[in-house]
Design a protein around this ligand. Structure first.
Ligand code: URA
Length: 206
């Protein structure tokens, strides 16, 4: 049976939460991951980007969005002119879920129970950071933030909506979706749409 062992009573800051998450056993994903990967960025960021879960590189390095998807995100943030000092990046789920295949670890999508269990940490991050805008990168993040079982990105993207705490949720694609498009032209088209979405986000935080 899973137990909640992290010392939540002693969480008084974002730093405390980042330390406490390492003891998290709210779902079974801690068993095989290298470590929990908490969010990163200033304690009072204007915009919070929420991905799905750490990938292989993030799991090893202990930092969010440091692998290939993170590189795309960094490039687009820079291109549209979002000030990095205003950006906090995190994930809906803090442990890497994967299936071993030979020497490789193949990403597996977290299920609804795992997303729900990890919402505890995302909520703490939201409470401490108090971002004006929250950008859900992909369906898992959107499901977590909306508390819905399924979300269709194509229907919801680019339409800002106000969440109960007053922050504005903006849904777009996950950057790793762009990396998976084999056809160059389609990939460029999708990348342009992603850039246009983040340009809207920049305008919302100015
Ligand atoms: N993909 C995510 O959703 N998050 C990361 O941190 C890295 C890749």
């Amino acid at each position: 049976k899973l137990e909640t062992v992290e010392p939540v009573d002693s969480v008084h800051s974002l730093g405390d939460a980042g330390a406490a998450v390492q003891a998290c056993k709210r779902c079974p994903l801690y068993e095989h991951a290298t470590q929990a990967v908490f969010g990163q960025g200033p304690e009072r960021a204007e915009v919070m980007f929420v991905g799905e879960q750490p990938g292989d590189q993030e799991d090893l390095q202990g930092r969010p969005f440091v692998g290939p998807a993170g590189q795309v995100l960094d490039e687009v943030i820079e291109k549209v002119g979002i000030d990095r000092n205003k950006v906090y990046v995190t994930n809906a789920v803090k442990h890497f879920k994967f299936e071993p295949r030979g020497k490789r670890r193949i990403h597996q999508r977290p299920d609804g129970g795992e997303v729900q269990a990890c919402k505890f940490w995302l909520n703490l991050e939201r409470d401490f950071v108090r971002p004006k805008v929250i950008v859900a990168l992909g369906a898992t993040a959107a499901q977590s933030l909306l508390g819905k079982a399924s979300v269709t990105i194509s229907k919801m993207r680019g339409q800002p909506m106000t969440l109960p705490d007053g922050s504005v949720l903006f849904i777009t694609n996950h950057p790793s979706y762009l990396l998976r498009i084999p056809d160059v032209e389609s990939r460029q088209r999708e990348r342009a749409k992603f850039e246009a979405d983040l340009a809207v986000v920049r305008e919302m935080i100015e």
